[in-house]
Design a binder for this molecule. Structure first.
Ligand code: SF4
Length: 411
């Protein structure tokens, strides 16, 4: 498939919630296979009178060889390929903007939904690791977010809607495909090594779609990712953390950002509903459920460093106390200010001293490297800029239309 096809592919506006064979009245709407898990695909094939093992074959073509044209699926009979072509499609969300940094960081802005649609972004961050090059993709789960964390540019947009499974897994598909565009189908392989559900939105508030997408990530017929390499990051929706532990085995990260309830109520308002005591207990249950699973040996704690707000030595001491019974790794994130942000980034010295306090207390504590500076680093910023450009384009269109109208009326 050409880049142009990726760039102009429109998302089907009528995604079936529970995919099934098209009905008589629904023959014009093709079913998008991209976001279907294996059980859903198996049911789909049975519903159209085919053997369910076809699901595995088609999944491999879609997610391992990045094929969107049924004609290229050479281990499937010509008759079935024709049938699939009539009934189905494989459509990734539309890429409206992409930017590849000199340091290897890649960013995409996708348009999802009908008409002008809504914008979501995805970021891929490469890093050298002792096991080799890691390419970590930060995936969005919602358009905007209802939780309104005070340091977050996405929260400022408000909540628009949940992403569908094909819009979620489509971000991973596009990121992988971006390395394979010029590679012959037979030689294609997956390039993204790690996924974090940490982009726009709260993934646990779009639970079913996120769960279904993560199952596709882990499926050997699709991306076959290791459980340790798929991380769900939440701001702390406690009941859903308990649900997650029953449904899937992936790594868990918590957007903590404050070590006491008073401050966290302000920075991460969902804390008023699920305060720290409940959140830490849920994390302990998450780890205890399957203590031997490597994906559940610890929880990752994310902590954005806000100048003069949560970066005092006493906050580090409170962290030590809060996390003393929770196996955790702490990731300090230098704040990326956005326009009208009410906070600034903590100084380098402050961040290093905060890290030292936690490391001296025995925690593994890292500082996230700032990447992709030349393509606008922070989550939500790129969408803001594209949206701004879109608004300006809209205003420009209106102005041209008004001028045309004036010229017409003047004969
Ligand atoms: S930090 Fe996450 S949960 Fe909070 S507003 Fe931003 S996207 Fe939503």
């Amino acid at each position: 498939m050409s880049t142009e096809v990726v760039a102009t592919a429109a998302i089907s506006a009528e995604q079936p919630q529970s995919p099934s064979a098209p009905t008589q009245q629904n023959t014009v709407t093709k079913v998008n296979l991209l976001g279907m898990s294996r059980p859903q695909l198996e049911k789909f094939f049975e519903d159209i009178g085919e053997k369910k093992f076809r699901a595995g074959q088609v999944m491999k073509w879609i997610h391992q060889f990045f094929v969107t044209d049924f004609a290229e699926m050479t281990n499937i009979s010509g008759k079935l390929r024709e049938k699939l072509d009539k009934l189905c499609e494989i459509k990734a969300p539309e890429v409206v903007h992409k930017n590849y940094s000199k340091d290897g960081t890649r960013k995409w802005v996708f348009r999802v939904g009908e008409g002008d649609g809504s914008l979501v972004e995805t970021v891929l961050i490469p890093a050298e690791h002792r096991s080799g090059l890691r390419r970590t993709l930060c995936i969005s789960s919602q358009v905007g977010c209802a939780l309104d964390c005070s340091f977050c540019s996405t929260g400022k947009q408000g909540f628009q809607r949940d992403l569908t499974p094909d819009e979620i897994i489509g971000q991973l598909w596009v990121a992988n495909y971006s390395y394979m565009e010029d590679v012959p189908v037979a030689d294609r392989e997956r390039s993204v090594t790690n996924v974090v559900m940490m982009g726009m939105g709260e993934p646990l508030l779009n639970y079913d779609a996120v769960l279904s997408s993560m199952r596709i990530m882990l499926d050997d017929f699709a991306y076959g990712m290791s459980k340790r390499r798929v991380t769900l990051s939440t701001s702390g929706v406690v009941p859903k953390i308990d649900q997650l532990v029953k449904d899937i085995d992936v790594a868990l990260a918590i957007s903590l950002h404050a070590p006491n309830d008073e401050l966290r109520n302000e920075l991460v308002p969902i804390n008023k509903k699920y305060p720290l005591e409940q959140l830490i207990a849920a994390c302990q249950r998450y780890i205890a459920k399957d203590g031997n699973e490597s994906s559940r040996k610890h929880v990752t704690i994310e902590y954005v460093m806000l100048d003069g707000v949560n970066d005092h030595p006493e906050h580090a001491q409170q962290m030590i106390k809060l996390l003393k019974n929770l196996p955790s790794k702490i990731n300090l994130i230098p704040f990326n200010p956005f326009p009208h942000a009410p906070y600034g980034r903590s100084s380098r010295n402050r961040i290093i001293s905060f890290q030292k306090t936690l490391s001296d207390a025995g925690f593994v504590c890292t500082i996230r490297q700032t990447r992709g500076d030349d393509i606008d680093a922070a989550c939500g910023q790129l969408v803001g800029q594209v949206a701004d450009r879109t608004r300006r384009a809209e205003q420009w269109k209106k102005k041209v239309a008004q001028q045309n109208e004036i010229m017409r009326s003047q004969g």
